[in-house]
Design a protein around this ligand. Structure first.
Ligand code: SF4
Length: 93
């Protein structure tokens, strides 16, 4: 009986973790997503540009995607790689 309860409890925790991760994947806050999920270059650039536009782990700046799309800091090293812009602007790898 104890083992059954332990297994149910473990399964409940595992499914809770999966739901949390799925929620974070749908989360539109790139800064929060970067710190909560496995780091990647893409997530790091998204988080950097979002924080540049005022986003933090618990604050989403209104219109931040448009601000990043229309970023005019051509000298920023991330300029060509910033998210939310048209794909034809991405340079070849
Ligand atoms: S590309 Fe623009 S939005 Fe992104 S970090 Fe640089 S200055 Fe900020």
């Amino acid at each position: 009986m104890k083992k059954i309860i332990s297994t149910i409890s473990h399964n409940h925790l595992a499914s809770h973790h999966l739901i949390q991760e799925a929620t974070l994947m749908r989360n539109h806050n790139p800064v929060e997503r970067f710190f909560a999920l496995a780091p990647s270059r893409k997530r790091a650039i998204e988080a950097m540009c979002a924080s540049c536009m005022g986003c933090t782990t618990n604050h989403l700046e209104e219109g931040f995607k448009n601000e990043i799309r229309n970023c005019s800091s051509h000298s920023c090293p991330l300029y060509l790689f910033r998210p939310y812009k048209k794909s034809e602007n991405i340079p070849p790898q």
